[in-house]
Design a protein around this ligand. Structure first.
Ligand code: NAP
Length: 213
């Protein structure tokens, strides 16, 4: 599958490497294609390429939004019509990235969510919220004590959700259908719980798994 990744930092870079290694065609959308870290990333992600935000959006059958929350408006504007009809995975956690992240907490919630606000900005895209509930070290290796970490996802387009479930499985997660896009209101606080626990002593090498009776 052709995957465009908007933002090649911890999350975008990790996902791109993992999907490229699983055989997908990845294009990173970045601000600076001459960046030294980007060259290392391209070398580590087989057959991947990089371009501007609009190039990566146009390239992907599936596009991943992995920039800081305060950069999403500008990034989606640059992606423009390249997102029309596309599956857009929103990985953002609506927080202020910095030392006061925990004190400020979620910047959006209860009656709306980053997922819904993203979808409202790009109404022709098929938005699925996923990959915001664990840190990037778990995305790099979702197996915990031999069991796949659970990855809830939500959205309103059944076809888009099914494609995203497959991509989550390719990463090594156990995908969990968490309902309509309005349930991003539940997934984003769940991501904040992971962040809180990580900051308060659990570190970044833990994940939630699903067990049923
Ligand atoms: N870190 C985690 O473990 C984690 C887990 C789940 C979800 N998330 C969410 O995933 C998103 C990305 O997090 P991250 O940890 O990958 O952040 P990061 O390492 O800081 O990377 C952010 C990426 O976005 C790019 N970027 C920043 N501002 C931009 C703008 N105005 N236009 C275009 N690109 C821009 C950066 O480019 P430059 O290199 O040019 O600055 C960089 O490639 C955030 O919304 C975060 O809440 C993070």
């Amino acid at each position: 599958m052709k995957i465009g990744i908007l933002g090649a930092g911890n999350v975008g870079g990790t996902l791109g490497k993992r999907w490229a290694k699983a055989g997908h065609d990845v294009k990173f959308g970045v601000r600076d294609t001459a960046d030294a870290k980007l060259k290392e990333l391209l070398a580590a992600a087989p057959k991947s390429s990089a371009g501007g935000i609009a190039d990566a959006a146009k390239f992907g059958e599936v596009v991943v939004l992995s920039v800081p929350w305060d950069a999403t408006g500008e990034t989606l504007r640059q992606a423009g019509a390249g997102l029309d009809g596309k599956i857009l995975i929103d990985c953002t956690e609506p927080v202020s990235m910095g030392p006061d992240l925990l004190e400020k907490g979620l910047l959006v919630g209860h009656t709306t969510s980053a997922g819904e606000q993203t979808a409202a900005r790009v109404p022709k895209a098929r938005v699925v919220k996923a990959l915001s509930t664990v840190g990037w070290p778990i995305m790099a290796d979702p197996k915990v004590e031999g069991q796949a970490a659970v990855m809830p996802y939500c959205g309103d387009d059944a076809g888009a959700k099914s494609a995203v479930a497959g991509l989550l499985r390719d990463l090594g997660f156990e995908p969990l259908d968490a309902g309509p896009l309005t349930n991003a209101r539940l997934l984003e606080p769940f991501g904040m719980l992971w962040i809180y626990l990580a900051f308060k002593g659990l570190g970044t090498d833990f994940a939630f798994t699903l067990r049923k009776r």
